[in-house]
Design a protein around this ligand. Sequence first.
Ligand code: AMP
Ligand code: MG
Length: 503
Amino acid sequence: MAEAASQDATGGASLFPFDNTYARLPERFFTKLDPTPVQAPNLLLLNEELARELGLDPAFLRSAEGAQVLGGNRIPEGAEPLAMAYAGHQFGGWVPQLGDGRAVLLGEVVDRNGVRRDIQLKGSGPTPYSRMGDGRAALGPVLREYIVSEAMAAFGIPTTRSLAVVTTGEAVFRERALPGGILTRIARSHIRVGTFQFFAARRDTEALRLLADHVIDRHYPDLRQAGNPYSALLDAVAGRQAELIAAWMSVGFIHGVMNTDNMSVAGDTIDYGPCAFMDTYHPGTVYSSIDHGGRYAYGNQPGIAHWNLACLAQCLLPLIDESEEKALEAAQEIINTFPDRFRAAHTRRFAAKLGLGTVRDGDADLIDGLLKAMEEGKADFTLTFRGLSDLSGEGTADGAVRGLFEEPAAFDAWAPAWRARLAEAGRDDTARQAAMRAINPVYIPRNHQVEAALNAAVENNDLEPLHDLRAVLQTPFEAQAGQERYELPPRPEEEVKATFCGT
Ligand code: AMP
Ligand code: MG
């Protein structure tokens, strides 16, 4: 397809092998509209590997015409641009209409692995869902999403991806004038819990069924055969969320705005705003400048996911059973399984981080014991687990890890229990260390480094720190010579205490 298209006299505009399905849903699912053109789109970052995975030609995307497409000035052949409608609970408060206020879905392509992927421009201008917003994005937050979402992918955690960043040649006005940017975001879909809520609030059961069937076809095709596909869908979404939140927590990730409109039904991390990775371990950690009550703090994420899933359950009731009572009972039963499923996923991940192999009774307590010691000792989350990966099962030379604790007594008390458990697992030390190093990253997108890289790019047009950071984060489990500075937590004066969504 790409080959035939590259000979196309239109000069590459048909290079996107679009195959759209969301656009086939009824008109009340979206508003068709083109991106608003920008003055001077200029390509800043391109994810070539992802482009190839999508069957797109990196050379075209790098061309002047490619920048016109990525900036929304030129609509590629086969695109059916639309802004999706959705609703949502923001910080617990119901908002009946949100929707893509600054994004346009160009269309879908089926990638090299047969997976359907959305291609969306984020920051592409106002839509009927913009409310008071300008429909635009500042370059800083766009680069932030690129860096953090690609780091997530490198960790192997389900996420939307970032294909490209263009600058627009226009200013956006926040507290001050900032350069504008557009992110080309790739997702298995952009369907959210809030998409279901949009139709449920309108008592539009026909739309709910179409949406649920679309989601099943796209993300859970095995469920077509289920006795009750809709309760099975709820169950499957809950399962993916349990895994996702456990995965986030295993790398110290705090999403920051887990509103129901920011929760993907495919189980991907979506809508990177004031998200951040924790340095010092504390379950109450919050960075988002708008999360005053700490609703979306690190340790609250499983509880919030549970709450969001209950919102999804509520939407699915009319599909699950004609009898409201029966539907409610079935949905409640599924939702009630979430805490245990999350705990199981969390224990499995952290047991692996500790090199324990298969989970046994008592492992959850052992994990808890370490986390408590880290909290008390103000230990760096990432360095602690990576440090443990290097320790031997026998030795007592724990200096490098002990040194991460302000108060090492609690660590000293914990370490023998860990070693006893390792002995019980009976794994060879070298193999155990290698397995631990393969899941305990050396590098995470530390806030101070992300901020520094964004500042250099936005304020000084210096892309080098950004490219460096992006490079180390591409293989986060491998220590890279000469990049030691990216391992380090912030010095007190470097610490970033608040992150902003930049909307
Ligand atoms: P978020 O919390 O960033 O996911 O955004 C919540 C809602 O606000 C969504 O409906 C967004 O599309 C919308 N929104 C965010 N920023 C803007 C903006 N600059 N202009 C228009 N709408 C926006
Ligand atoms: Mg959002």
